[in-house]
Design a protein around this ligand. Structure first.
Ligand code: FES
Length: 167
């Protein structure tokens, strides 16, 4: 379950109102909630007396920050060189199409988050996909479809995401 609340007063008390507090504030909010919601961006901008766009600039510059909550299952499709050569991009495109999300996005019901990664450290098993940090090597579209179905089936009423046919 995604937590929605953050205590901006307590955060400011811990980190202060200096411009240099911006990243520590955002890091703590993300650590608490799993992402940095719009309300937090507004509150941080107000408390530090800076424009919201400045907060967005920091959030989008650093890959560590997320603007949307993570899903129950995180799917990482490797697009490193070895995986790319072995068809990783086709797998990524398939998962993206089936779930209806792009890299870094989460399905509307919060079941799946799709991520693209540069290397999962097991290039000999390319192409590689990890779901919830469990690595699956030598993937094909039909194997990935099966993985998605299995994970969706474990979530009652959430199977509607993986109903498209593999190509
Ligand atoms: S390039 Fe995919 S695991 Fe290394």
């Amino acid at each position: 379950m995604v937590k929605e609340a953050f205590d901006i007063d307590a955060l400011i008390e811990r980190h202060g109102r200096e411009r240099s507090s911006l990243i520590p504030l955002l890091q703590e909010i993300q650590s608490e909630l799993g992402y940095v919601p719009k309300e937090a961006i507004k509150a941080v901008a107000r408390e530090l007396d800076i424009f919201e766009v400045e907060v967005y600039e920091v959030l989008t510059f650093y890959a560590q920050f997320r603007l949307t909550p993570r899903g129950k299952h995180v799917i990482k499709v490797c697009l490193g060189t070895a995986c790319h050569v072995m068809g990783g991009q086709d797998i990524f495109n398939y998962v993206s199409q089936v779930l209806g999300v792009s890299a870094g996005e989460t399905t509307k019901d919060g079941t799946f988050t799709l991520e693209r990664v540069a290397c999962l450290g097991c290039c000999g098993m390319a192409p590689v996909v990890a779901i919830d940090d469990q690595v699956h090597g030598r993937q094909t579209i039909s194997k990935v479809e099966k993985l998605l179905r299995e994970h969706a089936a474990n979530d009652v009423g959430k199977g509607e995401h993986v109903t498209k046919d593999a190509k």
